[in-house]
Design a protein around this ligand. Sequence first.
Ligand code: SAM
Length: 367
Amino acid sequence: MDSEAASIRDEANELLKAQVHVWNHMLSFINSMSLKCAVELGIPDAIQRHGKPMSLAELETAICINGEKAQSLGQLMRALTQSGFFEKKIVIKSDDKEEGYVLTKAGQFLVRENPLAVTPFMLTVLDQDAQKPWHCLSNWFHNEDRSALQTAHGKTLWELVNNMPKFKDYFKEATANDNRLVATYLFDNSEEGNLGKALFEGLNSLVDVGGGTGAMTEAIANACPWLNCICFDLPHVVVDLQGSKNLTFIGGNMFEAVPQGDAILLKSILHDWNDEKCVKILKQCKEAIMKSDKGGKVIIIDIIICNQAEDHKLLETQLFFDLQVMVLVKGKHRDEAEWHKLFLDAGFTQYKIISKLGVRSIIEIYP
Ligand SMILES: C[S@@+](CC[C@H](N)C(=O)[O-])C[C@H]1O[C@@H](n2cnc3c(N)ncnc32)[C@H](O)[C@@H]1O
């Protein structure tokens, strides 16, 4: 092949590669939707219950699908095995060998009975009504609505969550499961397990600002019996909630005042707000810890966007979350420089990144 022909061939190959890239992006929704389908069919639960590698025929019977769809079930399983949710293992049956599916670590997160299941979160995010704002996104860029969710539904996220029982229940379950995972990481008995205790050691009180229905606050209160914990959220969120020996629920508005405490926890709060609102919240938190004779600190659990794309999957997941909060509440996720600016603008002088929690980090900030 002469050099001109080789360069035309290279160009054509580059074009085809670019086409694959565009097609892959265009079809990425199939990752989400096939996973949603598997969860709705109860496939992860059936494999878990089976307790050993499960053949396609056994799976078909267990989830009671229409007999005409057996081949399609095989296609679904092939795609999700390729995506890392299931794995194929060989089962020896008398003198015969058969292939069966088992759950991978990621697949186990889809089992409904798993107290750490991501299933409620997934069913919320992928619900048809929750997907609607994505179809309005380009409209929203032109209109005056605060969020694409409002363009789609005429309601804020919290109005939607509180008025639609399916969202209310899933949201509650989703945050409870996530908080359980974070608590497991903070308080398990490995060396890292001392991290939670180290965070709260020497403190008498903690206020979990925007603590929702208190799943995280309760886990901290149980693991640190010396700590008086307050779960602080909007009055209607905490109105009927019962505390315990070292857990109290207080209703209020974090933009107006925050209960006094040696430390304040802000978990998954600041990404919902613009810089101006975040500075307001942080200033209220600073005032609340300054009243404490322990000097105090604010503990933030949230995403720090990693600018160097060493871990492509991590960065991609962080950017997905960034767009997700943008669509839902016009929120945003921040990189380290943006976080630092917020802290300085709110009057804090130092910060320390304590640990990584998957896509999120734990940051401590000091007055
Ligand atoms: C994304 S959720 C985070 C819940 C919890 N921190 C967690 O990580 O599971 C945000 C919380 O902020 C609360 N919130 C919103 N506006 C608030 C306000 N003005 N004052 C107090 N809490 C507020 C919401 O009710 C909700 O529970």
